[in-house]
Design a protein around this ligand. Structure first.
Ligand code: UT7
Length: 323
C-alpha cells in the first residue's frame, strides 16, 4: 500500500513587535517613504529579531507550536530539516541545534537545506521522499530566517523588503493522501541577480557580506517560474487551478503575488497575503503564511493548497497538497 505524507500540524513564530516602515526609515535615516514602500511592495511592517536571537531560536518556538498542533512529542520526530540561508553558525546546522533545543535524543537525522526563498518547498519535497519510502514516519520541516543580519541598512533598495521569523510543519506518514505533487528546480546561471557574495576566510569576512539584488530582474524571473512550476504540479496531480482552494506563494512583493495569481487564473481573494505584515522572510514566508491562515480558520482540513517559492540560486519549486 502506498505511504502518503500529510501535514499533522503547523506552527510559526515572529520575534518582537512589528516595525513599521516609518520606524525603519527613521531608525536608519533612509531616503525612502512609507508611500514608496507600500506602493512598490505592499509591505507595511516586518518583525526583526533582537541581537543574539538566532534562526534556531525562532525555529524552536515555531516547532513547539507545530508539535502541539499535531499532538506529537518531540521524541516522536525521526527527521528534522531546517530551510535557512541565515543559520546560527557556519556549522553545525541550525537543524542540529534545533534538535538539541527540543531535547530530542533519539538520533533523528537533522540537516539544513539552503535554497534561499524556495528552501521550505525544497525541504517539504525532500521530507516527502523519506516518508514515502517508509524510512521515516514523522518529520519536522521548518523555515527559519534572520535576514535582518545580512541587510545593508544603507541600501534602501533591499533593506526595507525583508523581515525575520520562522514557520514549521509536522509531516506524518498516512494512509490518506496529503502531499499530492511536488517539483523543485534550479538554474545557477542567474546567481548574480540575488546573492550574498561573501565568505569567511582566515578569520575575516572576504567579499561582500550583504544581500545584493537586481530587483527588476528578480521580479520578472519570479513571476515566470512561479506560474510554470504551479502548472507543473497541477498537471502531475491531474488537477486544475480552479480546484485550488488557497494559493500560498513565497511572500516577496504583493505585486508578484497578484501577477502570479492572475497568470494562474486564481482569484486574488484565494491568494494568501502576509507580506504586508511580515515583509519577505525568505524560507520562513510560506510556512508562516500557512500557519497564520490555519490558525485564523481561513484554511480548513480537506482543502487543496498550492505552495510555491522562488529565490536566490536561482531556485524555485511548488508543492500541491490536501490539508
Ligand atoms: O525573495 C525573492 C527576492 N526578492 C524579490 O522578489 C524582489 C523582487 N523585486 C521587487 O520587489 C522590486 O523590483 C523592488 C521592490 C525591489 C523595486 O521596485 P521597482 O518598482 O522595481 O523599483 P526600481 O528598482 O525600478 O526603482 C525605482 C526607483 C529608483 O530610483 P530612480 O533610479 O528611478 O531615481 C530607485 O532608486 O525607486 C528607487 N528606490 C527607492 N525609493 C524610495 C529603490 N528603493 C527605494 C526605497 N524608497 N526604499
Amino acid at each position: 500500500m502506498k505511504i502518503h505524507t500529510r501535514v499533522g500540524g503547523t506552527g510559526s513564530y515572529l520575534p518582537g513587535d512589528p516595525v513599521s516602515n516609518a520606524s525603519l526609515i527613521a531608525a536608519h535615516g533612509l531616503d525612502s517613504s512609507d508611500e514608496w514602500i507600500v506602493e512598490r511592495t505592499g509591505i507595511r511592517s516586518r518583525h526583526l529579531a533582537a541581537p543574539g536571537v538566532t534562526s534556531s531560536d525562532l525555529a524552536l518556538e515555531a516547532s513547539r507550536r507545530a508539535l502541539d498542533a499535531a499532538g506529537r512529542k518531540p521524541e516522536e520526530v525521526d527527521l528534522i530539516i531546517v530551510a535557512t540561508s541565515t543559520p546560527d553558525y557556519v556549522f553545525p546546522s541550525a537543524a542540529a541545534l534545533l534538535q538539541s533545543k527540543l531535547g530530542i535524543t533519539n538520533g533523528a537525522p537533522a540537516f539544513d537545506v539552503q535554497a534561499v526563498c524556495s528552501g521550505f518547498v525544497y525541504a517539504l519535497t525532500i521530507a516527502e521522499k523519506f516518508i514515502g519510502s517508509g524510512s521515516h514516519k514523522c518529520a519536522l520541516v521548518v523555515g527559519a530566517e534572520v535576514f535582518s543580519r545580512i541587510l545593508d541598512w544603507k541600501d534602501r533598495g533591499t533593506c526595507v523588503l525583508f523581515g525575520d521569523g520562522a514557520g514549521a510543519v509536522v509531516l506524518e506518514a498516512s494512509d490518506q493522501p496529503g502531499l499530492l505533487a511536488s517539483a523543485f528546480h534550479a538554474d545557477g546561471s542567474h546567481h548574480g541577480i540575488l546573492s550574498v557574495p561573501g565568505q569567511l576566510c582566515g578569520g575575516v569576512v572576504t567579499g561582500d557580506p550583504f544581500l545584493r539584488m537586481d530587483g527588476q530582474a528578480v521580479f520578472k524571473f519570479a513571476v515566470k517560474v512561479l506560474a510554470d512550476v504551479a502548472h507543473e504540479v497541477l498537471a502531475a496531480a491531474d488537477m486544475t487551478a480552479g480546484q485550488v482552494d488557497w494559493l500560498i506563494p513565497h511572500q516577496a512583493n504583493v505585486r508578484i503575488l497578484q501577477a502570479t495569481a492572475k497568470r494562474l487564473h486564481v482569484p486574488p481573494e484565494r491568494c494568501i497575503v502576509t507580506v504586508d505584515r511580515h515583509g519577505n522572510t525568505s524560507a520562513a514566508s510560506i510556512p508562516l503564511a500557512l500557519d497564520e491562515s490555519v490558525r485564523s480558520g481561513q484554511i480548513q482540513r480537506g482543502q487543496h493548497l498550492l505552495l510555491e517559492g522562488v529565490g536566490g540560486g536561482f531556485t524555485w519549486g511548488a508543492t500541491l497538497l490536501r490539508f
